[in-house]
Design a protein around this ligand. Sequence first.
Ligand code: IPD
Ligand code: CA
Ligand code: CA
Length: 274
Amino acid sequence: MVSSAELQRFLDIATEAALAGGAVLQQYWGKLSDIQEKGRPGDLVTEADKASEAAVLTVIQRHFSDHAILAEESGRAGSADQPLLWAIDPLDGTTNYAHQYPACAVSVGLLIDGIPSVGAIFDPVHNDLYRAAKGLGATRNRRPIQVSSTATLSDSLLVTGFAYDRRETIDNNYAEFCHLTHLTQGVRRGGSAAIDLAHVASGRLDGYWERGLSPWDLAAGVVLVEEAGGCVSAYDEGPFEIESGRILATNGHLQTALSQALAGVKPLERFAPA
Ligand code: IPD
Ligand code: CA
Ligand code: CA
């Protein structure tokens, strides 16, 4: 059992780390010289991703040398038995960042026994700092935030995303996107899972779903949504499993309606892989 004082300390260090990564992203904004594809088309990595990750890791490792780490660019470090695991995305929204489209973030989350428990997300373009820890509430720029009160899909604005394997799988979320676009006031494709979740937590968006994600995309944002009064689950409303890469996150009022809408969708054959 981790005390509130310990959670607060973890949150403060997560914040320091997210701000350190964010300062790096601000320096490189519009000045990238090294943009590469990691494997799949469109899956980019830049010198800003790497430098931000180094800055985040320096802070975390200085304070918690015994904690385990899962960072997008450098992978896993530390003991598999360690119950405290930092899940770090040094630049969530690399494609946006490379195009100077202003939706990206540093995401620093802490899993305790596999449960997202602490999160700090920093948006370096708007200088917005989102923070949350279990039982301690959620804030943007140190002011409390809460999810929206939208009660029906027809009144809602949602967000989703498409994983880098979208050309290889029929489970590419295109059909779900079309279906929900018809049922709602709109579905946005933000391009940064961390920012998508931060917007749900802030009440700017009413719900979010996506597949094909990694723990570093989700760990911090999940805590934000839950602490802002929202609900996070599997697509079928079962318990959220971070390793599944699938998330359904809403203001709570829309959880069942969005889950049921997703369950009835048939894949678009036209966009199936050849
Ligand atoms: C991506 C973003 C995007 C989501 C992708 C992620 P990256 O992260 O969060 O919104 O749709 O699935 O991989 O690659 O920019 O860190
Ligand atoms: Ca990411
Ligand atoms: Ca990333």
